[in-house]
Design a protein around this ligand. Sequence first.
Ligand code: ADP
Ligand code: MG
Ligand code: MG
Length: 252
Amino acid sequence: MLKIDNLHASVAGKSILKGLALEVKPGEVHAIMGPNGAGKSTLANVLSGREGYAIDDGTVSFEGGDLLAMSPEERAAAGVFLAFQYPVEIPGVNNTYFLRSALNAQRRARGETELDSMQFLKLVRETLAVLHLKDELLHRGVNEGFSGGEKKRNEIFQMAVLEPKLAILDETDSGLDIDALKAVADGVNALRGPDRAFIVITHYQRLLDYIKPDVVHVLADGRIVQSGGPELALQLEQHGYAWIKDRVAPGA
Ligand code: ADP
Ligand code: MG
Ligand code: MG
């Protein structure tokens, strides 16, 4: 589904990703951990096509197509979802209305018919049921006055409605409480399926108590320096990232 080879990317002239390689197959959940400043968010941003990032070398293919040649809108329409693409606060714009616009923009780009308000309402009801969510968030402005936990639930709800093939979650918020962590995990687990893949970026092993990843990667200094099974996350929890220095600069 996703194949990243030798990816080099920079921000404001500063080299951040330095030869990153990663392969994700349909149905898999990959966790990416790593020290602060390693380039985790940069990777998420580069994959979603956020502006301000220069690709200096390497390739990214998504379902056989050249992801880096696609606009952010084309990537979204192709099924790439980045969780923090949508959580901005938009006071006065109804959450449901906003999401329907986003979904229909993607459907138009794919040459599919748009959903009218009745069809969309049906989809929303089904999605709420799958996620065991109440409809109280729907009638408010987009993220307006949402708590951290509500924002997370809303992100997951947006993800479920948009039905991405590849969902990228960048859990940067150190203030995530246990309810918010569980909301993220429950959503990911409910949406797991043979055709959908997840990249879950997290500093916290704790999230992986609830989402059991197929593969855990350590990203350090712009590269994946170690990959393994779920036990790797536990190892990191116990030993921290100090041992990684040897891998980033061998012999140093
Ligand atoms: P992580 O998510 O792993 O903590 P980031 O991808 O956010 O790391 O950042 C990697 C490095 O890139 C950091 O050193 C950070 O300071 C730098 N960086 C990120 N965004 C910018 C930017 N817009 N301008 C300059 N430096 C940036
Ligand atoms: Mg950071
Ligand atoms: Mg980050």
